[in-house]
Design a protein around this ligand. Structure first.
Ligand code: DCT
Ligand code: MG
Length: 489
């Protein structure tokens, strides 16, 4: 399933003065005082990047003061940028570093200001064709596990389009086409700049004629006709609506569509539709679940779950994984790995749940090597909807009835692998899905190894390769280590 965020209704609001929005953040790195140039970047992206950096302990100034040491701009040509800075009061440009957004994205990925290299600098007189990507000296790998992909996506305009096309292919059970669009999405996400011209695509892998045609449309007209056609297609819209409910898969959505059902009201009014417990909960908490979960809420949940499991096994550990481990600010659920230092005790941890849908272990160590290395693992796990206490957000939230309660329903996944398999479970559950797919594909095709969430098997030597950490798994595979926040493929 691919989750493309549903576009919220855009309400025009009066712009607030920036000072009012400023929140105090702890500054960890005092050697770099950053100023982000709004020109070409746009104010919403600038605000997003500012918050991202401040949350990571970087010092970002709203104004171009004397304290600024690093000026970061995106898609700005040197001469135009220098003139712009001059007009905005920066007379002494020699005292600041004029840097391209690549320095910023690399610093965000590293979690600290990286050393400025000449390739980061915005220099005058470069004969770079306007709008085109800086040619990179490194070839982009066809495997997502050999690329570093942070949460910053400079090619959203293209990847949003590909995600619609991939989902449409999935709905039509065209797995090959779906995968092709997902691979293309993943390659574009890994780029440190926006694709600005057709020539930028020359050295990129995983882009076929179909994907290139879509990019060409968008470059020329700002939109893709094909994507628009899909978005206007009734079947696509209905399947997307139905599968957005927790517990409703493609099969059920199609069955309902064939029955002539088009809306939730029609589903509820149809007596022949029988919902299972999961689907009932999915409908009951639909609005809450659709809203998603913030990082702060995920961290609060981690504390609650930790407290609960410690009552069962005091030395148990709770590890936040999934999208939040990759640095995402928002997720559709929160994924946790629970484990105990003593093997065999981990399953008892799920005993903390009084009402749930438990999937007991179907994993048998004695049956390894298994012929089937699968995407889904066999650890005991459960998919939950929990009540998370929250304060009403603001006046508008108070106004609609559902938000009057002081709690929210949130989706949580818990998985409890034995400690000896922890590293494999952690690697598998951190994602992203495309990163995992490519790790397995790389293992199989390049190394003759089988990897899944339980183990790594060397087919040539016919042995299991053990690992206590993710770093060891990457080393077994002969891959450079990719940090969790660089796995947003
Ligand atoms: N996963 C996987 N194969 C599956 C299901 C999940 O490899 N069939 C891995 C990849 C990501 C991780 O488990 C968690 O899955 P999700 O919660 O669906 O994804 P996420 O990256 O955490 O994204 P979201 O923010 O939407 O929860
Ligand atoms: Mg998740």
């Amino acid at each position: 399933m691919i989750h493309t965020p549903i576009q919220p209704q855009v309400k025009k609001r009066k712009r607030q003065p920036e000072q009012n929005l400023q929140v105090q953040h702890e500054v960890k790195f005092r050697d770099a005082t950053i100023y982000l140039v709004e020109r070409k970047m746009g104010s919403s992206r600038r605000t997003f990047l500012t918050n991202l950096a401040r949350n990571k302990g970087f010092c970002v100034q709203n104004d171009l003061s004397n304290e600024v040491t690093h000026v970061v701009a995106e898609d700005n040509e040197a001469q135009e940028l220098q003139a712009w800075l001059h007009n905005h009061g920066l007379k002494d440009q020699a005292s600041v570093q004029l840097l391209d957004i690549t320095w910023f994205t690399e610093s965000m990925a590293a979690g600290r200001p990286v050393v400025v290299e000449s390739r980061h600098r915005i220099q005058g007189n470069n004969d770079q064709k306007k709008n085109c990507l800086q040619p990179s000296s490194q070839k982009v790998s066809q495997y997502a596990c050999q690329r570093r992909t942070t949460i910053i996506n400079c090619n959203k305009i293209f990847t949003d389009a590909f995600e619609v096309l991939a989902e449409h292919a999935e709905f039509n059970e065209n797995a090959g086409r779906c995968l092709a669009f997902m691979r293309a999405t993943s390659v574009l996400r890994s780029l440190s700049g926006a694709v600005g011209c057709f020539r930028d695509l020359e050295s990129l892998p995983c882009l076929g004629d179909q994907t290139k045609a879509v990019i060409e449309d968008i470059l020329e007209t700002g939109r893709s006709f094909k994507v628009q056609e899909i978005l206007d297609d009734e079947k696509y819209r209905v399947l997307k609506l139905f599968t957005s409910v927790f517990g409703i898969g493609l099969k059920t959505a199609e069955k309902w569509y064939r029955k002539g059902l088009r809306t939730f009201e029609e589903v509820h009014a149809d007596n022949s539709v029988i919902l299972n417990r999961r689907q009932e909960a999915g409908f009951r908490y639909y609005d809450d679940i659709l809203k998603g979960i913030s990082k702060a809420e995920a961290e609060a949940l981690a504390g609650i779950i930790e407290e609960a499991v410690h009552m069962i096994v005091p030395e148990a550990t709770v590890t936040l994984t999934g999208g939040f481990r990759r640095g995402k600010e928002f997720g559709h659920d929160v994924d946790f790995i629970l484990t105990t230092p003593e093997s065999g005790k981990e399953e008892s941890l799920l005993g903390l749940l009084l009402y749930h849908e438990l999937h007991p272990a179907t994993f048998d160590v004695t049956k390894l090597p298994s012929r089937k290395f699968e995407a889904m693992d066999h650890y005991p796990k459960c998919f939950l909807i929990l009540k998370l206490r929250s304060k009403p957000l603001d006046d508008s939230a108070q106004a609609d009835g559902a938000s009057q309660r002081d709690w929210r329903a949130v989706r949580v996944d818990l998985v409890a692998p034995p400690i000896s398999h922890f590293a494999f479970a952690l690697l598998g559950w951190t994602g992203s899905r495309q990163f995992e797919r490519d790790l397995r594909r790389f293992a199989q095709h390049e190394r003759k190894m089988l990897l899944d969430n339980h183990a790594l098997y060397d087919k040539t030597k016919q042995i299991f390769l053990l690992a206590k950490t993710e770093e060891e798994i990457f080393a077994h595979l002969g891959l450079e280590y990719i940090e969790p926040w660089e796995r947003n493929a």
